[in-house]
Design a protein around this ligand. Sequence first.
Ligand code: FEO
Length: 396
Amino acid sequence: MKDLTKLTDRIFYVGVNDRTKHLFEGLWPLPLGVSYNAYLVCGERTALVDTVDACFTGRLLANVRERLGDRPLDYLVINHMEPDHSASIAAVRQAYPAVRIVGNAKTLQMIEGYYGIACGTVEVKEGDVLDLGGLTLAFCMIPMVHWPETMATWCAEERTIFSGDAFGTFGALNGGVTDEQLDVEPFWEEMRRYYACIVGKYGQPVQRALAKVAPLDIAMICSTHGPVWRREIARVVELYDKVSRYEGEPGAVIAYGSMYGNTEQMAETVARGLAAAGVRPIVVYNLSTADVSQVLRDIFRYDTLVVGSPTYNGQLYPPVDALLRKIAERCIPYRRFACFGSFTWAGAAVRRMTEFAEGMKWPVVGAPVELKQGYSTAVEPACRMLVDALVEDMKR
Ligand code: FEO
């Protein structure tokens, strides 16, 4: 049987799939699972690059032992300390007591803080090279992709970058390991969702990291999540470049909250109007039932966002408020924005959404529509004017 975990003669996949966890970071749904990727690099000396989530420590160690046999593990390189990758460090040290743990100063501080390990470590800085004998590992700091300690590791002899979370995606690896062995189509949407949820706040650091790796002649990207990229490197880099520039493509997201259907009818009217004007695609989300990770994915993807909210306890409706906070946290520099809302005795939602847009420095397109009490055709002219203003703005 062909060994799919042998990526080259000297680099081996030893990661695992997780199809059990429901929520990544306790927040983000995993309908297609997720992989925690780790790699063995074998020169005259051996190095394990990253570990896996605590639930899969045993499987990681079995994968490493199977590959190494009686050989020692000389180094454990830690590119990223988030526990989905670092939680098995202590177990690796226990299984291989002589292993030297390689990380930068911030990494080593975190290893002590998380796992109480303070000895047997090697501190590396930008540009340092670890000689494995016949193979080298060079270290490149990429802070905030996605924690401050994060670094990438470059193996020049194999033209391989171990990139940490950069170029990662949700989705378990179904049988294959590389993009040549897998059906990669489901990963593109999952990559956008992963980026928007996990790394979306850090567009500028991702741009700096992309600039750093641009001069490298990369034949293989070994990220911490998702396929090993060989055939699709250009598409992966292009997608990460686009999302980290927060560049929206033509399309509209309409995200609304509604208790009794009145604000929802306004959302339907606006969606119908945009569709009649030829806007494509249009994605409509009821925020009480939507998976917010999908909403964020599409807000990163499309250039127009229309939000609707009832007034609730003198504030925004809570699911709308939660979405706007997530957008603000991710510092999205621009979206074409419009809003509508409703109230029964004292309006607040439209004002709050306008304040949100001011805080984001997004101009509000058109006059926000505010409905008092029940939906009727009387509000439709105002909705149509909102649609006209959006369509006019889209033509610019
Ligand atoms: Fe997959 Fe930031 O850890």
